[in-house]
Design a protein around this ligand. Sequence first.
Ligand code: SF4
Ligand code: SF4
Length: 348
Amino acid sequence: MKFINTIYKRLKQKQPYRVIGKSIRNVFFPEKVDFEERQRTLFIEISSICNAKCIFCIYRFNYRSPRLLEVEEFRKIAESAVQSGYHSLNLCPLTGEIFIHPDAVPLIRLAKKAGFEHISATTNGILLYRHNLQELLQSGINQLVISFPGFTETSFAEIFGVRKFPEFIKSVSELLITHQKLDSKVMLCFAPRSYLTREQIMSSDFYKNIVSKFESNLIYLDNTIDIVDSWGGKIKSKDLVKGMKVDRSPIKSLYPLKKVYLCDRLLDVGVLANGDVRLCICRYDSTIETPMDPLFIDKLNNYSSFQELMIKNKEKINQIWADFITGNLPKICRKCPFYRPIKDVKFY
Ligand code: SF4
Ligand code: SF4
């Protein structure tokens, strides 16, 4: 089964298998999801500021204001969310880097204390060394995904657009050593976004001399993602470097074919660093932070708690879903190839 999964994961990253596979899925096999479980997972973005300029990301177009979520604000959201039944927390930002927040580790501890049972986060890893890594690994976090462009100075400059490889290797080395010292159970996933294949990454000095020495069931290198999403057409082939490609749009991923099945990512509810609550914590366009953003739900400070905001906006969320299914898609969704269809929608 593991072997089949590996083959499947690799084929998913190769054209034309990828576009054919996604087209077949979109037409015949919309996924079945556990709605109750998904409605118990919350995204909180603690920083909308990033220290990288990835060539495959919309962040560098500066559509968002730079914000860090206040500690007290975070505490209120976490406690209110747990009270209303949320038990999983995902600290993956819409765009931003969580370890830019000087209190990232205390915030994770606070989330655990509030009652979240599972906590995960995604980082580019560059600033980890500035935090207390022992405290991070003992904070209650379960999984840390480290998105990186390969273990070389060149790939860092070319793909992440910054010359921060020395900081990254310092961070990763310290993290791995601390993980071993503590016999930590936190899962560390190295997720390459690169033109380098997994094998090429494994032949780099840093992998051979450092990372490979710590690999285990909990610490692993994922397959490379070299086919990246276009963010609704904003990221083009010319933005990328040789060996990376913009994804092709599968059948039914574009309007008007897209209607009928809801997009899985509309189940994700997130609180952004500026206090806006929004659906789809993975894609936005230039309308973000304007009244035109069709996936914006409301501002948290208009309510006494996150729980109250959700109760008062259930109809609004249901309406966005119902409109999608009947063909009245938000503009950003019309052009979005990142669509993932799901069936048997259970409304709030
Ligand atoms: S992909 Fe992540 S790390 Fe890269 S610029 Fe975007 S937000 Fe920053
Ligand atoms: S279609 Fe794209 S923008 Fe719309 S909810 Fe899905 S992933 Fe997000």
